[in-house]
Design a protein around this ligand. Sequence first.
Ligand code: CU
Length: 755
Amino acid sequence: MDTTDDENIQNDHNQNEADPNSPNDTTQIPRRMFLRLGVAGAAGLALGTVVASSVVPDLRRRGLWTPDGVFDAASIAFADSIYDESFPTSPLILTPFIDELTIPRALAPVWDFPSWSRPPGPGLGEQNSQGNERHQKWCNSIGSPDPLVYVLRQQVNTHSFTTSQVLPIDSLGQPVTSFDANGNSYDPGVVRTLPASTIYGFNGQLPGPMINAEYGKPALVRFINQLDQNPLDLDRQDFGAPDWSTLIHLHNAHTAPESDGNPQYSMRYGPGAQGYGPGKWVDNLYLNWPAGNLDTEKQSFFWFHDHRMDHTGANVYKGLFGLYPIYDTKNNVDMGDERRGLRLPGVRTGTVTVDGRLYNADGSFDVDYDIPLAFFDCSLDDGTTNHHDMHDGQYPAAGNPRAHPEWWGKTFFKHFPNHGFVGDVFTVNGTANPVMHVDRRKYRFRFLDASVARIYEFKLMSSSQGPQAAIDLGYVGDDLQGQYRIPDGEQCMQFTQIASDGGLLPLAITRDSFELWPAKRREVIVDFTRYQDGTPTTPGDVIYLTNLMRMPDGRMWSNSTRSLPDPNYKIPMIKFVIGDDPVVPDASVIPTGIMRELPNLPGNWQNLMSNRMIFEVQRASAGGEIEWLINGKQFDPSTVARSLRNPAGRRPLARQKLGSFNLWEIRNGGGGWVHPFHLHMEEHRTVMRNGKNVVNTPDPAHPDDRSREDVVALDPGESVIVYRGFRDFIGPYVAHCHNLVHEDHAMMFGWEIVP
Ligand SMILES: [Cu+2]
């Protein structure tokens, strides 16, 4: 037993506590200082003495005030004083499904980096602009060539979600007054052009560029923060990290801490702050190398996104996410060429052949019929909804609390909503209600939920009447989310699921529908040549990718197939139109055999049960509208968390030896919320759910438990035990809820790997 981890002798918890308040945040009151100051102090500082003088007596009267004013004693009344729960109704998109789905092309690597004043390299000081870090493992140490080098600049720009005209409406579906940035107002019923939203995007794009990667070919991305530059003089509104800092994480890549973009690392090392500020750069080295150098640990679809401590949700919602499919060229298994290996749909394009593989002249490659789909819901400002939450003080230029008619039609965000945050406009690859013209053949689709909190359930449907506006069907309020419905929608095709978060499945699964939780990926094959009853498709046929999960707020679904199905909730997300050409070449096959064996699970894994790590996610109990905790604690980036007492009677620190394996239990301590819980660095395998061994027999509600994943889907009150390794790198990592509003309000913990 490693007694150094025992709670009785391990007292280093607070010895080197870094100041969790960023040195960059000197002009605002960071949330953590707010928590320390307590109600009186924070209210006085952040809200002014007028508000404090009204809040505190009310708390006293209700017996919720303690003399030391600790924040935990805060009440709903106090919560009400620091935010309100109203959300706008987005204007109705009048002509949906006219904008073609954006299909990302691969970003090209750069080749001029040797001439940079600070080129990438393995030496000390070469990993970031501060010159205080180095790469833990350079490519040659694993027998790989030097990396392809990419540049991604975080830039302020604009983005349009639709070219359609819109009708401003209220929550009852009634036409309302709208506004513009010049102070004009428009009478109810006046149809408008939607203004572009201000975004923070990689190379100014939402979603950011796509990097097509290959195992065995490392990629180094120089992330350059240029968010201080605002050449278009755009209004930055009241969300996005107030100090414009960012921290970029390639979601679940097997990566050293300095390239992982995680807040425990960033607070203790590297930037020494919540993120890298404007003008700074960092080289994230993605070795494209599987855990343990095992083929069974290979994955297939990553995404990169901001992870800046306390403002991840706001930064991602502002546009900081991008796509990173990764191909396995070994034995041509999954190389983007449907003529070889597993023969998954995909036609690799390019002009140069290297090792039997096509590349573009710039070193990138594209794969036709292999389409990433990033789902992102947003809410657009109606110009009359009050902007007010506990982050008001961090955006002094906004002058909150107040409404912002000048932001009409632009993305609206709340940092700290009691019920979580979901949008009512559903976008795919940055476009609301896109249409995609498809060939009569098989496609591979890579689904990614890039939303702050929304969970989807997808089904392929036909509809003879087509989409109808929810307001025309008499819906109001939350039921306007998604804006359109297909009341006569009927399932017409099935998905063949081939991959989940952790890459290719052992065996393909035929599915009528599947859920997609935040940060999760699912890959499917769709055969557009015929319907599930065997009849062939014909040119001009229309199929809708439809969302069946009704999720009116950030807590959880109210209706889905496996829980109170609502036959009327059928939201068309993408309109597929079958192309004219009756015969399109298609060399792909639906896999029937083993695609990827699961990594070895030792036969005696249950021996690890008694000394497992246990982490319980929960809402704070007193004034529970406020905080999200793990094992009763808010995220402390200065140290590693401690397990709850396990059956062996110990409370080990979340500290693992390099090369070790363990069981970690994640519990949902609450009943009214779901949590997509993400563990960095290695994907895991679920072995127990709610006390049942699911190694060979998954819970019917969680069929993906049979694969490898990096996000644990936790239904209310559930407990999941995962088996995972801690290989190849040492240092600090994190685990956190991927409901980004939860993550930003402390539902995260630090853990580390030690030699
Ligand atoms: Cu959560």
